[in-house]
Design a protein around this ligand. Structure first.
Ligand code: CDP
Ligand code: CDP
Length: 222
């Protein structure tokens, strides 16, 4: 439509960003861009190639020679290979923040993400979308939930995938990742001043999606 906008969704791990972003995008016939998947994809490749994750020079050289494609907000292609499932592994989850904290890596990723967001009618989720990637997004949302609830969500997600995990362990891993994401120098996880914060701890997925869609309505019909 004429008034297609950009919607930025940020927040800590397992706050429900991607689940809700997909629903919102579908409702509005917008494209969905999962920026976390991009950081996960380069992390997966770096681990495969045994690149030291604190070696920023080698990592950036790897990234500029890497093609990452997000297909219909669903599958992730790394140099044309489907890595949709591989990038969700525990190994990648526990290493991705170490890759994402490098300023040069972020500069290259943000450049690619801004190119993708040029086409309005976009829902993008991550950690720095409202603050850095699309600072002029018409709707900015910051999703939070208690770490206990977030660990429980990942635990249940794992059960659905058919494997059991340790809840306390998951909680520790989430806390560790949030800590690195929040404390890093370059574009840390942070609520934008003009973002609406939604505590999703006791909200359903549809509750959260409805809240965001009503914000969109205000902006596009106001
Ligand atoms: O889905 P989940 O919350 O587990 O994480 P994700 O969105 O897939 O992001 C994985 C990691 O990528 C985050 O923990 C950050 O370290 C990094 N990331 C980032 O730094 N900036 C973004 N815009 C998106 C993700
Ligand atoms: O993208 P992010 O890491 O923020 O979270 P997600 O992967 O979208 O959501 C993590 C899990 O929480 C998913 O299995 C969702 O179904 C679930 N969820 C929920 O139970 N209640 C919500 N309000 C939002 C998500």
């Amino acid at each position: 439509s004429n008034d297609a906008i950009a919607i930025a969704i940020d927040g800590p791990a397992a706050a429900g960003k991607s689940t809700v972003a997909k629903i919102v995008a579908q409702e509005l016939s917008y494209i969905y861009i999962d920026t976390g998947a991009m950081y996960r994809a380069i992390t997966f490749k770096a681990l495969e190639q045994k690149v030291k994750l604190d070696d920023e020079t080698t990592l950036i050289d790897l990234l500029v020679h890497t093609d990452i494609e997000l297909k219909h907000g669903q599958s992730v292609l790394l140099d044309e290979q489907d890595v949709t499932h591989e990038i969700r592994s525990e190994m990648v989850s526990n290493n991705v923040s170490h890759v994402a904290k490098h300023p040069e890596i972020r500069i290259e990723m943000v450049k690619r993400q801004q190119e993708l967001a040029k086409k309005r009618g976009v829902v993008m989720d991550g950690r720095d979308i409202g603050t850095h990637v699309i600072p002029d997004a018409e709707v900015k949302v910051f999703l939070i939930a208690t770490v206990e609830e977030r660990a429980k969500r990942r635990y249940e997600e794992n059960l659905k995938k058919g494997f059991s995990s340790n809840l306390e362990q998951l909680k520790k891993e989430i806390e560790q990742r949030d800590l690195i994401d929040t404390k890093r120098e370059a574009a840390p996880l942070l609520k934008a001043d003009d973002a609406i914060e939604i505590d999703t701890t006791s909200l359903s997925i549809n509750d959260v999606a409805s809240l965001i869609l009503s914000e969109v309505e205000k902006v596009t019909n106001g």
